[in-house]
Design a protein around this ligand. Structure first.
Ligand SMILES: [Zn+2]
Length: 156
């Protein structure tokens, strides 16, 4: 006879014995229980999200807040450069403005560059050469006013 839990061969005392030892009965029971609980939890989660979309929205917002402002900057940058449905795509991705691989693939990389290179909550990311891509040596943190001034100069 093969134990239903550990698959070891054993000699059953009675025909009804399905497990080789008491511990295997216990383990099998726990396993079934935890699978059931997991299922219940995910089902509860699914129903909860469906019933309370506004709470899910707030949870996501809270999550972004915890990640910090640099995370949303990184996110917006990716949208501008790679999401064809983004309203700014034509001025960025559409013009070949992309993001260097290190930044694109890792928020942590971008975040640590930002913290080491003058990031502050009132500043925005700016490309020094507007025709070049987002990469460490082409980017700096400036105020929105400065950025608008530069843009006007470039337009002239
Ligand atoms: Zn067993």
């Amino acid at each position: 006879m093969e134990c239903k839990y550990c698959k070891k061969k054993f000699n059953p005392i009675s025909k009804r014995q399905k497990y080789c030892q008491a511990q295997c009965v216990k383990n099998a029971w726990n396993k079934r229980n935890s699978e059931y609980l997991k299922l219940m939890r995910s089902e509860y989660d699914r129903r909860y999200r469906k019933r309370h979309p506004e709470k899910v929205y707030l949870m996501n917002k809270e999550y972004l807040k915890k990640k910090g402002r640099t995370f949303s900057i990184w996110n917006c940058m990716k949208q501008r450069c790679y999401n064809k449905n983004s309203k700014d795509y034509s001025n960025y991705g559409g013009r070949g403005i992309i993001i260097c691989d290190e930044w694109l693939n890792s928020f942590d990389f971008f975040n640590s560059w930002a913290r080491k290179n003058g990031y502050a909550d009132n500043l925005t990311i700016d490309r020094i050469n507007v025709n070049d891509i987002y990469k460490p040596d082409n980017c700096r943190w400036i105020t929105i006013q400065e950025q608008q001034k530069n843009r006007r100069k470039k337009d002239l």
